[in-house]
Design a protein around this ligand. Sequence first.
Ligand code: HEM
Length: 192
Amino acid sequence: MAENSASEAGFISRVFSELFGSPLNVGLLCICAFLLYKIFKGRGSSDPIPKKPELPKMKKRDFTLEQLREFDGKGPEGRILIAVNGKVFDVTRGKRFYGPGSPYGVFAGRDASRGLATFSLTEDVLKDEYDDLSDLTSMQMESVREWEMQFTEKYDYVGQLLKPGEVPHDYTDTEDENPEKSEKSEAEKKTD
Ligand code: HEM
């Protein structure tokens, strides 16, 4: 019995020294704690201000990088778009993640692919010019595709991110849904 509690105490102290033993670990723990705080603070806020009505669904269109940057949530409408792997998603319903001052606000109005692939939230990682992601490893590209799937599940696909010189598609006589994704109704999409 006494042996059991001694080995338990030993285990706990090993975990603690593993977690807090290096400045890098302490830094990472602080970042985790900060992000969790921001995420859950946003979720639990009992805001007395009435919720803004949901924005109407955006008409499908393609975007240059410059056009995408207009949708960073700071405009009068507050709409937030994010590109992942060449696809643009309307993430306005996730504004507690991507809105101004939110944990992932750095991605608002940007191509987030490189940041997501490298698990980085620093703005310098995101390029100001078109990013063809050609230097990413196959594992990082796999991660980008997984994020793209996650965004497809949760958010509305609104169009493509245009490469330099690429001509926007004409969506006038196409369905208003992403043809590549399984048909999912609005109700089926996850909400926060
Ligand atoms: C280091 C510690 C981190 C912690 C503890 C953390 C925690 C979380 C949690 C708890 C969620 C789910 C929130 C919810 O659904 O209610 C989440 C979502 C997410 N995280 Fe993190 N995260 C961390 C780092 C990162 C990093 C470095 C990135 C990007 C480079 C990232 C990008 C995202 C994205 C894009 C979502 C999805 C938001 C959405 O549903 O639209 N996270 N994170």
